[in-house]
Design a protein around this ligand. Sequence first.
Ligand SMILES: [Zn+2]
Length: 237
Amino acid sequence: MSGLLDELYRLQERLRFVQTRERERDTVPAELTEVDNAFREKLDAVARLKQRLIEAEIEHRRASAELSDLQEKQKKYQTQLRNVQSSREYSAVLNEMDGVEKQIRVTEDRVLALEEELETSRADLSKREQNLPRETAEHEEKMKGWRVTQRGINEELQAARVEIADLESRIRPRERSEFQRLLEKKGGLAVARVINASCSACHVKVRPAAMQSLKGGNEIIYCDSCRRILYYDPHNP
Ligand SMILES: [Zn+2]
């Protein structure tokens, strides 16, 4: 039994270790935050620019298609205009043509504006993409020390995960799932050490009878107050 509790306590410790270390690995240190943000902003700008180019190309194709439709219409009205029979019909067609011409001017302006935007954005993107390899190298150089730290953490995590898998394989499924359930319910702390005859998680005194059972180490004892599994380490009471 005490073997099981040792294993549960160690498993919990390793799981908490992994959680903490993962967070540390994924949090850029304060002194590098600005450098890292500046670099990320460059990457984001390239991504945004690419996205905008895709959209602008679609808008440009659409506006160009609209323009040729309008120009077709204009030609049709020009033909009609040559064949009108009455002055009333003539002014009606002229009126329609007027409307189409206005639309043509607006659409032409849009096509031109998009062409300008596409040209500027393509140049901007190509300049940024040209600089990116150098900027990435410079950034990685500044982050070098941190990358070494991150690799070190990854190695620690790797070792911890191996130990976790080993511990999990040794704990019976029923006890493992009970532990897992408690772990989720109790914010990652399922097993609480008993220190000075108190539960170290909620600081409530452990009843003397429960203390006796804990010292006997032959059953799982839950804290009366917080319902965590109590862990008594005779070498560290
Ligand atoms: Zn408790």
